[in-house]
Design a protein around this ligand. Sequence first.
Ligand code: C5P
Length: 414
Amino acid sequence: MTELPFDNSTRFAGKRVHLGICGSIACYRAADLLRAWRKLNIHVSATITESAQRFVSPMLFKSLGAMPVYESMFAPDEDVFAHLEPGQHAHAMVVAPTSADTLARLAHGNASDMLAAQALAFDGPLIIAPAMNPRMWDNSAVKANVAVLRERGAHIVAPGHGEAACGDTGFGRMADLPEIFLAVLRALSPQDMKGRKALVTAGPTREPWDGFRYWSNPSSGLMGASLAVCAFLRGAEVTALCGPINVTGALFLPDEVRRCAVESAREMFDAAQTLWPRMDMGIFAAAVADFSPQSIGQKKFKKSESPEGFTLAFHPNPDILETLAHSRKSEQKVLGFAAETVSTMQELLPMAAAKLKRKKADVLAANRVNEPAAGFCAPTNSVAVVDSRGREEIWPMQSKADVAWDLCSWLSQF
Ligand code: C5P
């Protein structure tokens, strides 16, 4: 299974999700969603409609840890109140894939099968991931059902574009798994950033010195992307300014996060300055190059032009975090990072405190880039965190998702 963003978080353990699966070719993909939620120690129960059972066996979902798995309303060994169960226990209900038929049942309050009855008796967050033929998805009856459900507060994870199994092309195939996975995590997250606009910088920058070569660093952008996803999960409207972070495969950001790609520190600075006045908070996780080489032309510099070697002059780049934090309105909140090379975590605290003060941040997290498990490209991080109210802590090594989660908790207290 491909890795999903946030699939190593520990912050959702013990939550309960009810997964509905309808008859669609996409129903085999629900198994990967189930596995990803189980990996987070989320308790998952499931209902497989009769048509879905023509495509996949309930045994598959039982084997992957769903419990219980409902197969029909009138199964002989079914509790008479089983149709009310998820409504009493689940924190979120997701139907992935949702067929046109189930969409119609849900929109019209029809309780003629187990899944529809359970949905009707569920008053928590409902996430719907439709999957059907493009002409069916385009039909005005389906559109009307979707509009009704959306208006009643269901979250529709819209289908994507592409070739359907039948050969037709258009919108209709079930959304990408990370979109559905995160829509459910969002429904399980506190909404302490709801309605707040967050600017997140992520990844390295590239500073060109001729038309084809650049000076950069090995940042994967994972810490910044985790923060962007986390702020999104907690209700923020996120704009991510991403340096070129496709070195190890593009990092996933959900469709609802606005992603702006930049290359150089100067481009990131200009974009951040333009966006900043409309933001409520800035999360500056990018590994911005402190210096840029002076460019020696737009063409590829040839060996023959300087066989003896050559010297490049470097000039300092503007500090995005420092400039924006110094010019901020009092209600704008700022989180920064410090990448240091020291031998102990303890040494990081005074460095973080000094940087917090100099840059005028509210929260600052320092990590040891010389520690392989906490540096560039690692999936984990260990940080020393300080805030402007004098709070100081050293956090143990944990996933970047968990570090992001806890940093957002600190920031949302300001
Ligand atoms: O001073 P130092 O580079 O250690 O500061 C690191 C913090 O400042 C990080 O949050 C980084 O994103 C930010 N920064 C910045 N613009 C720069 C350099 C660093 O926003 N030019």
